[in-house]
Design a protein around this ligand. Structure first.
Ligand SMILES: *[C@@H]1O[C@H](CO)[C@@H](O)[C@H](O)[C@H]1NC(C)=O
Ligand SMILES: *[C@@H]1O[C@H](CO)[C@@H](O)[C@H](O)[C@H]1NC(C)=O
Ligand SMILES: *[C@@H]1O[C@H](CO)[C@@H](O)[C@H](O)[C@H]1NC(C)=O
Ligand SMILES: *[C@@H]1O[C@H](CO)[C@@H](O)[C@H](O)[C@H]1NC(C)=O
Ligand SMILES: *[C@@H]1O[C@H](CO)[C@@H](O)[C@H](O)[C@H]1NC(C)=O
Ligand SMILES: *[C@@H]1O[C@H](CO)[C@@H](O)[C@H](O)[C@H]1NC(C)=O
Ligand SMILES: *[C@@H]1O[C@H](CO)[C@@H](O)[C@H](O)[C@H]1NC(C)=O
Ligand SMILES: *[C@@H]1O[C@H](CO)[C@@H](O)[C@H](O)[C@H]1NC(C)=O
Ligand SMILES: *[C@@H]1O[C@H](CO)[C@@H](O)[C@H](O)[C@H]1NC(C)=O
Ligand SMILES: *[C@@H]1O[C@H](CO)[C@@H](O)[C@H](O)[C@H]1NC(C)=O
Ligand SMILES: *[C@@H]1O[C@H](CO)[C@@H](O)[C@H](O)[C@H]1NC(C)=O
Ligand SMILES: *[C@@H]1O[C@H](CO)[C@@H](O)[C@H](O)[C@H]1NC(C)=O
Ligand SMILES: [Ca+2]
Ligand SMILES: [Ca+2]
Length: 760
């Protein structure tokens, strides 16, 4: 599933006649008359059979595999995409052979499609599966072909249930909420105590030996609106002795243990970037670099069953008619290998790749203009194949994505393409995305994905996003690889001028659920702003300066410019342009006003953090899909204000904001794999669906879940989160794509922020 479909994923629950009751938590039996106690009520078979010893038995003539003989339900039922089903039945055959068990819902995915090896003794089969697509008209079917000789097949005790989550309860952890990784010795040290007590409560800081080493009194704060918890604050910033295994106690509660260390963020700085290597497409993942359990073959290099990504066509017309309501296609193919898989799926989306690559480039570029951090991001700093090639590894990682994005450009002189009834010259535009034409199940190894890969229609957003990111790449790579930098700059310029050739071609909201997310965007003025800013900073050319100064974002108020308080995102990128105009040296005339805008934005965010209704120091007023990244992107603004001004109140505010994703939150959840006592286990990802298949690993250290989502909707969330307070709307379940997915644009926000924190 896609990370960002909040507005469109609410699948309409269709009521259907002749369908068994829609499954609901706690009463989810789907099969009627599964023990055949009512004869064949609810069943169809060919040939017809009869009851023997409590089972339904069919005499099946010898036949090739297939459905020439079958037993199936006579009614249709709903199978919810990604939900978990278990099918049990007992079966035997007078002649041993394999039957096929299916829940077909043509022309959709196989859903359940498994074989059961029958022998003469009745055997109790149990099969668990998750539909890869919404299947509104599924039936349960036993295909009885494939028997080498005439056979009597008997089936009984058929039961199929949707997972029962009625016993699930949110877990809140200790009443004292802390950053479970820990605190910097010279940084703020805040914790939150959930208590109804309005009076000051004594707290104690204990070292690993259990000895009290610091103490104080809580400050009553009141209601934290986002969690509906009444909280008091513990401030132990005055304590700076490094060590591991500290705990806080207060009001009868003891916190999880944590460290105080000046190297606190060093490992996470690496691990947050490691995520990108493991998301790479088009290259084998080397187990010697990241652990043998993560080794995998190169994905999508057109070795069967892969159908891409070396010679990828545009969408087939029957798909594009759904996406654009007209038969858009093209008559070329592109090699679009490389890049990172976007999220839990294996699509590759230019607009999301662009902001993720940009944040990695910014993480590095920041160190060129501020005093510290370069060596920690240098060549050899990451466990990637390009270590020790003379180029800082974080830049090697970003280039893997930029190389893919540059391949997404429409060839020069391509034939005109249909857009809104007119054929337009889209040469040098960027295709918005490439992904499967249908969803694959969890887990799926990328090298085993058999679906057709398709290029989707170019959009102005993708084209300008490419222009911006490639211009940044050109700038940062100029001294490491001038040849590549020149290529990237040529791409950026050609994309920018191509975008200007036509009125905006918007990526539509209708292009979703054909195996990928929509990434729709109806405002590309911010993309123009970002692209003009980056091209200006890279080239110094007047043309781009003129464009950016004329762009309405340049003079917009700070909430518009920085997307406050919600946070910038793949669809709202003006902040990225403004942050770079503020931090990257240039001759722009109103530079001090631009710096001031970053400072003003940071002030607005500080007001959010310090609001009395905010008990967790988080830069959020709402909790949308991927809220952890909204918080982190806002931290990037506050931290940049700290870099620009040296004002320690911004530094302190930004560091406090990080505590939230590492456990100082209403449910004591560290959303980062490998860090913290109560850390996320079951992220939604085809690479890391360990919860569904033991042979697949859990997500590696440094991978971050999207986090609380006040509009969470997916199979587990729909069962267990109704009525949740926004900051508690999280379920650590592999199928909860709306709260527990991983994504490149979320980890890039984490990477920038912990890269910054590691330099403090
Ligand atoms: C058998 O059918 C009757 C009438 O349709 C129904 O009331 C009863 O619940 C059914 N029993 C089972 C076990 O399905
Ligand atoms: C058997 O399978 C074929 C091919 O999938 C399908 O067209 C046909 O409808 C099926 N027949 C029955 C009786 O299910
Ligand atoms: C179902 O499984 C059978 C046997 O493994 C295979 O031949 C068939 O292609 C599968 N069907 C689908 C739709 O995947
Ligand atoms: C399900 O089947 C019913 C009747 O067979 C049909 O009217 C309906 O369109 C089908 N729904 C879908 C989503 O295919
Ligand atoms: C299937 O059988 C297993 C093992 O006996 C049991 O734990 C489970 O509850 C059964 N599930 C259904 C859907 O009947
Ligand atoms: C605070 O009071 C509310 C309402 O009585 C109660 O539900 C909640 O459990 C209390 N919280 C704590 C931490 O005692
Ligand atoms: C907030 O908590 C109070 C009691 O602690 C409860 O009555 C109320 O329903 C809760 N509100 C929400 C939105 O959860
Ligand atoms: C694509 O279409 C254009 C215009 O119809 C045509 O000139 C060109 O030869 C076609 N290219 C290919 C590879 O078919
Ligand atoms: C197509 O036209 C409609 C109606 O004028 C407009 O809303 C939409 O944005 C246009 N789409 C593109 C891609 O130009
Ligand atoms: C900022 O500008 C937008 C768009 O013009 C407007 O809707 C919003 O109210 C303004 N916000 C502030 C804080 O002035
Ligand atoms: C600013 O302008 C001067 C004079 O044209 C030029 O030498 C310098 O490189 C420019 N600086 C930047 C950062 O573009
Ligand atoms: C980073 O630089 C700041 C000043 O820019 C300095 O106060 C701090 O000590 C430096 N940190 C490290 C780890 O060098
Ligand atoms: Ca390197
Ligand atoms: Ca936009």
């Amino acid at each position: 599933m896609k990370a960002i479909l909040a507005a469109v994923t609410a699948l309409v629950a269709t009521a259907m006649a002749q369908v068994s009751p829609a499954p609901i938590p706690g009463s989810p039996q789907i099969v009627q008359n599964g023990d055949f106690s009512n004869g064949t009520l609810g069943w169809q078979s060919s040939p017809s059979g009869s009851m023997r010893n409590g089972m339904y038995c069919i005499d099946v003539p010898a036949s090739p595999p297939g459905n020439s003989s079958y037993l199936r339900t006579s009614y249709k039922f709903l199978e919810t995409k990604n939900d978990v089903y278990t099918l049990n039945f007992t079966a035997s055959s007078s002649v041993g052979f394999d039957i096929l068990v299916q829940t077909p819902d043509p022309p959709l995915d196989p859903n359940l499609n498994m074989t059961a090896a029958l022998t003469t003794s009745p055997y109790p089969f149990s099969m668990t599966f998750s539909p890869a697509n919404q299947a509104p008209n599924a039936s349960l079917e036993f295909d009885l072909g494939g028997n080498p000789a005439d056979a009597t097949v008997c089936i009984g005790s058929v039961s199929m249930r949707r997972i029962d989550r009625s016993a699930w309860r949110q877990t809140y952890g200790p009443a004292i909420k802390i950053n479970q990784l820990g605190y910097l010795p010279n940084g703020p040290k805040m914790a939150t105590l959930v208590t109804n007590s309005t009076s000051a409560t004594a707290w104690t800081l204990n070292n690993a030996a259990g000895d009290a080493c610091f103490n104080g009194q809580t400050t009553y704060q009141g209601l934290d609106v986002a969690s509906n918890q009444t909280v008091s604050i513990i401030d132990f910033s005055g304590f700076a002795t490094t060590g591991d295994g500290y705990t806080l106690t207060a009001g009868g509660s003891t916190s999880y243990p944590f460290s105080i260390s000046s190297t606190l963020y060093d490992d996470l700085r690496q691990d947050s970037l490691r995520f990108f290597y493991q998301q790479r497409s088009g290259i084998a993942i080397d187990g010697n670099l990241v652990g043998l359990q993560y080794a995998r073959a190169a994905g999508h290099i057109q070795i069967p069953p892969n159908q891409g990504d070396k010679v990828v066509p545009c969408q087939a017309v029957h798909d594009s008619l759904i996406a654009y309501l007209e038969p858009w296609t093209c008559n070329y193919t592109l090699d679009v290998t490389q890049g990172w898989y976007d999220a839990g799926d294996q699509g590759k989306y230019v607009v999301n790749g662009g902001i993720a690559a940009a944040q990695l480039l910014m993480e590095y570029e920041r160190t060129m203009y501020t005093k510290n951090g370069t060596s920690q991001l240098g060549d050899g700093s990451l466990r990637i194949p390009e270590r020790n090639n003379g180029i800082p590894d974080v830049l090697d990682e970003a280039r893997w994505e930029l190389d893919f994005m540059m391949k997404m450009q429409v060839p020069a002189n391509a034939a005109p393409q249909l857009v809104n009834g007119t054929y337009l010259d889209l040469s040098s535009f960027a295709h918005l995305k490439v992904h499967d034409n249908q969803w694959t199940p969890l887990p799926t190894d990328p090298s085993q994905d058999p679906k057709r890969r398709e290029l989707h229609r170019p959009s102005t957003s993708a084209t300008l996003n490419l222009a911006a990111a490639a211009a940044m790449g050109a700038r940062v790579f100029a001294k490491f690889d001038p040849t590549w930098a020149a290529q990237a700059l040529a791409v950026a310029k050609s994309a920018y001028s191509a975008a200007q050739r036509h009125p905006p071609i918007y990526a539509p909201g209708t292009d979703w659920d054909l195996g990928g997310g929509a990434y729709s965007d109806n405002d590309v003025t911010d993309e123009y702003y970002w692209a003009a800013a980056e091209l200006y900073l890279t080239t110094g050319a007047q043309q781009y300066l003129t464009d950016l100064k004329a762009n309405r974002y340049h003079t917009a108020n700070i909430s518009t410019l920085f997307s406050l308080p919600g946070g910038f995102s793949w669809a709202s990128v003006a902040a990225l342009g403004q942050l770079d105009l503020a931090t990257v040296p240039s001759n722009i005339s109103n530079h001090s006003a631009i710096v001031q805008s970053v400072v003003d934005a940071a002030d607005m965010l500080m007001a959010v953090q310090q609001n009395s209704s905010n008990g967790y120091g988080v830069f959020l007023t709402e909790y949308p899909w991927g809220s952890n990244s909204n918080n982190l992107n806002n931290i990037q603004i506050v931290a940049t204000a700290a870099d620009l001004t040296g004002n320690t109140s911004y530094r302190s505010a930004a560091l406090q904001g990080i505590d939230y994703v590492l456990g100082r939150n209403a449910i004591s959840q560290s959303y980062v794999r490998g860090y913290g006592t109560k850390q996320t286990q079951n992220v939604h990802s085809r690479l890391y669906a360990h919860e569904l298949d033991d042979r697949v690993p859990q997500a590696p250290p440094g991978a971050m879940a999207g986090g609380a989502n006040q509009a969470a909707s997916d199979p587990p969330a729909d069962d267990v989160l109704p009525g949740c307070a926004p900051q508690t709307c999280y379920v650590d379940d592999v199928n909860s794509y709306s709260t527990n997915e991983v994504a490149i644009n979320w980890n890039s926000a984490l990477a920038w922020v912990v890269g910054w924190a590691g330099s403090q």
